[in-house]
Write a protein that binds this ligand. Sequence first.
Ligand code: COA
Length: 207
Amino acid sequence: MGSSARNQGVDSGAGAGVGEESWTARGGIQLMLRSVQAADQTGLRAFIDGLSRESRYFRFLTGGRISDETIEGFVSHRPGRDAAVVVVTRDDDGAESIVANAEYVVNADDIAELAVVVADDWQGQGLGRRLIRRLQQMARASQLRGMRGDVLSENRRMLAIMRDCGFSTRRNPDDSYLHEVNLSLQNEHAQRQAGDHWLPRDWFAAN
Ligand SMILES: CC(C)(COP(=O)(O)OP(=O)(O)OC[C@H]1O[C@@H](n2cnc3c(N)ncnc32)[C@H](O)[C@@H]1OP(=O)(O)O)[C@@H](O)C(=O)NCCC(=O)NCCS
């Protein structure tokens, strides 16, 4: 999502709290999703530098080297407000390698601006979808008003995933190279409440 979900934070650290999650990927490799830590800066630099030109372009709207300030931004989110997560593998000695990164930065309208990128060798194995779902859960738990992002119009995969995850997508009226993706969380909240209201009062009563 282009470069829009850039750091605006002041504190180093993990951002909004994240429950760790581990699972086994294709080939039996163990993966773990966890929040970003300040110590991840070096790992994130290596991860970003290892991306193909195309992936870097889709994520940052440039195929060139990503600045140190941008990398610092990945570990400098406002705790309890923004969110930043990584997926890592661990070798036999416990050393971690980052294979995916996702984040959102909450803007002044209480909208989470999200961005995600998966290492080229790991794309197409469900990581992107899992990360977006996780960011959605976190934004809901934080009672944010919605989520948004800018996606290059040629990024069919990302647009397909966003639609699957309930986002509306539309061409940016000011920039035909970009699509804007949006998700209102307020409506969901209202719908959930309406649904709850519909249930009879004794619905959860013991039989
Ligand atoms: C976009 C990205 C984050 C998706 O993550 P991922 O782990 O590769 O995606 P997933 O495996 O979770 O999902 C891929 C889905 O896209 C679909 N897909 C793949 N290529 C597609 C295409 N050309 N058109 C439409 N859908 C496509 C697949 O069918 C798959 O759906 P399925 O799970 O139902 O089979 C990842 O590819 C990436 O990092 N790309 C480069 C950076 C980037 O584009 N970031 C987003 C910035 S806006």
